[in-house]
Ligand binder design. Structure first.
Ligand code: SF4
Ligand code: SF4
Length: 190
């Protein structure tokens, strides 16, 4: 009976979810709400809803609330939740899906995709992340130069420890990487 109820609720969510989400529907129903994902997640403390709560909310047809939350944007893609889930749920993939949906529907928290866009721009230019330029691009695109100033002492410490190169370094074979990324984008897998 419980599964029937969850089944009907998630089917309603499917209307807003699209085909890709229907593939995830089975996973939603198989979650046993044990909380292992939330307990394992290194960024759960800062999330509006922990991974377990995200699944519970989706099962309760709260898609919009989920898309407006900061949770997908704080996922560090460490895959810890995925490898520890006793039900085999690929929660990390879910986070990617939710991010895409939030952007497509304009429901993401303000500024959230900006860091990702800045990262993609630096990878396009250098073939790898360029931390200094990444942070400058991010704070300028969010019209928050004060944020950059606040982070300056931390950036300086990282710089002195050689963890934060001032000048970007290009990788070898950048064109090959660009071709690979183009191919993935064409296939719609990015
Ligand atoms: S670890 Fe897996 S089964 Fe447990 S709450 Fe998280 S997603 Fe659900
Ligand atoms: S992949 Fe994301 S949601 Fe899962 S444990 Fe890591 S940070 Fe948390």
């Amino acid at each position: 009976m419980a599964t029937e109820v969850a089944d009907s609720v998630v089917r309603e969510s499917d209307l807003g979810f699209g085909e890709e989400a229907i593939r995830h529907r089975k996973e939603l129903l198989e979650c046993i709400q044990c909380g292992t994902c939330s307990a394992s997640c290194p960024t759960a403390y800062a999330m509006d809803y922990t991974p377990r709560k995200i699944i519970a909310a989706l099962r309760a047809d709260q898609l919009e609330r989920v898309l407006r939350s900061n949770t997908p944007w704080l996922c560090a893609s460490c895959y810890y939740c995925t490898v520890r889930c006793p039900a085999g749920i690929q929660f990390t993939d879910f986070m990617y899906l939710l991010k895409r949906m939030a952007v497509e529907r304009g429901l993401h928290p303000p500024g959230s995709p900006a860091l990702y866009q800045a990262f993609v721009n630096t990878v396009d230019r250098y073939g790898r992340s360029a931390e200094t330029e990444l942070m400058i691009r991010y704070f300028l695109s969010t019209l928050n130069p004060l944020g950059l100033i606040k982070l300056a002492p931390f950036g300086l410490k990282m710089l002195l420890r050689g963890r934060f190169p001032l000048l970007p370094r290009r990788i070898k074979g950048r064109r090959n990487l660009a071709r690979m990324l183009e191919y993935i984008e064409e296939k719609g897998e990015a």
